[in-house]
Design a protein around this ligand. Structure first.
Ligand SMILES: NC(=O)c1ccc[n+]([C@@H]2O[C@H](COP(=O)([O-])OP(=O)(O)OC[C@H]3O[C@@H](n4cnc5c(N)ncnc54)[C@H](O)[C@@H]3O)[C@@H](O)[C@H]2O)c1
Length: 435
């Protein structure tokens, strides 16, 4: 398997293709997106990920990573296209996977390997991908090898984790799983575990569902703490001294292309058996509204408010399903004069409900500041500078990552998500704001 045709050069496909190229494979990267094409043709990585630019430059310079808009014949095909949620049904939208599969059908030859890396509902490789590949006249599992190899990397650490994480190869048959393992061991240093395709699909969505449900539990603890006048951060710290307890961190919600999406794939597979998973999604999806309700206890619309961070988590440029963006949308809907600030995001990022401004401009004359994403740049803010720029000294920390004492020392009223310090008073104000 010397030549790989990889469809989808996004957060997953671009680093994966570059790794294969640097490990000696000839990689044809396919992506119809003009923005991705333009960036890569001029040698630039189309996404912001530590060390990725170096890797992409090395892969392109090696002559073993070519980029084009259409697939061509190869020994192995890898599909790493988006699998978003259909917002009307909350079911997986498999259009991109289906289209990518159809795109490679004309190029399939006996003995080829087709790997689906996109995260999909259990059963997709067998019931959706394989029938499309069979349109080639070749029998999946017999004439061609077909496998699901889910990706478990953490954005911000993609390159390290691509190499070091354990991988799953889930085949239509054991021979398919083996063939996929042969390919990935080119650069993967972690263990490669073989299983069947549907189990591999289930494992991937289980992992993200596990995270989502546990974050929901932490968020629910935060809501309870605010009501009863407890500081949830202190309570979690103490609870985590228990040797078998590890409560996660509450926050303004869950986002990104994976954790906020994948649990719905399980719900779609077995709606009647997923009460807990659906409840967790509801708890997490309601957090942005809660943040805006907390903001209302500090200042009423149409106050000018600075929202720090729009990405779905720290140190990434990704705004997909970002709860911070949802907070911004809700704040605009409530009539606040919203200014956004995020050093990782470009001003033309899709879906911004208010202008993205440089820090000083965003803070000037603001009546409240809300920390939504714990980018290092925000944790290291010069509090004296903030105090000099704003017109109201109020801050809501939805991540518990600011140094409360230093903000209070400069005269700020500091509210922290999950902190009910202030007890009944805070509670009454929150309830009044909600009413
Ligand atoms: N981003 C992550 O951290 C992560 C982690 C694990 C799994 N995944 C899964 O990997 C898959 C890809 O995610 P991503 O974050 O890389 O998405 P992405 O949107 O960053 O990249 C996908 C790329 O596929 C391209 N594309 C769409 N249709 C195509 C086609 N027919 N042929 C070729 N290219 C096509 C798009 O233009 C886009 O550039 C998803 O299923 C996602 O759930 C993502």
């Amino acid at each position: 398997m010397n030549k790989i045709c990889l469809l989808g050069l996004g957060y997953i496909g671009l680093p994966t293709g570059s790794m294969f190229a640097l490990a000696g494979k000839n990689v044809v990267g396919v992506d119809p997106n003009p923005r991705v094409q333009a960036a890569l043709r001029s040698g630039l990585a189309s996404i912001d990920e530590p060390e990725l630019q170096t890797l992409v430059t090395a892969a392109i310079n090696s002559g073993r990573l070519r980029v084009q808009t259409k697939p061509e014949a190869a020994d192995a095909f890898i599909i790493a296209v988006p699998t978003p949620l259909d917002p009307t049904t909350n079911r997986a939208d498999l259009t991109f996977v289906e289209r990518a599969a159809r795109d490679i059908v004309p190029f399939l030859r006996r003995g080829n390997l087709v790997v689906l890396e996109s995260t999909v509902p259990p059963g997709t490789t067998r019931d959706v991908l394989a029938p499309i590949l069979a349109e080639s006249g070749l029998v999946p599992g017999q004439d061609i090898f077909v496998a699901h190899c889910p990706e478990r990397v953490l954005p911000g650490r993609i390159l390290v984790e691509l190499e070091q994480n354990d991988r799953l190869t889930g085949g239509l048959t054991p021979a398919c799983a083996e063939r996929a393992a042969d390919l990935y061991q080119t650069f993967v240093k972690g263990a490669i575990m073989r299983t069947d395709a549907t189990t591999a699909e289930m494992v991937k969505v289980m992992e993200n569902t596990f995270r989502d449900v546990n974050v929901a539990l932490a968020n629910e603890f935060a809501l309870i703490a605010e009501r009863i006048g407890v500081d949830v951060w202190d309570a979690i710290r103490l609870a985590n001294h228990h040797p078998r307890v590890n409560v996660l961190r509450p926050g303004p919600g869950v986002g990104g292309h994976c954790i906020a999406v994948d649990p719905w794939f399980l719900v779609g597979s077995a709606p009647g058996a997923t009460r807990l998973i659906q409840a967790a999604r509801e708890v997490n999806d309601a957090m942005p509204e809660h943040v805006v309700a907390r903001l209302a206890t500090l200042v009423a619309p149409p106050a000018a408010v600075t929202l720090l961070g729009v990405t779905y988590k720290a140190e990434v440029d990704d705004v997909r399903e970002s709860p911070a963006l949802r907070v911004a949308e809700l704040a605009v809907d409530h009539g606040y004069d919203v200014r956004l600030c995020d050093p990782h995001v470009k001003a033309d990022a899709p879906g911004l409900p208010a202008p993205l401004l440089p820090l000083e401009q965003a803070l000037r004359d603001a009546e409240a500041v809300v920390l939504l994403v714990d980018h290092r740049a925000f944790q290291e803010l010069d509090v004296d500078l903030v105090a000099a720029l704003v017109s109201g000294k109020r801050v809501l920390d939805a991540r518990n990552s600011l140094d409360r004492a230093s903000w209070q020392a400069r005269g700020f009223e500091v509210a922290v998500l999950g902190s009910g310090a202030g007890g009944a008073n805070t509670r009454r104000k929150t309830e009044r704001a909600r009413a």
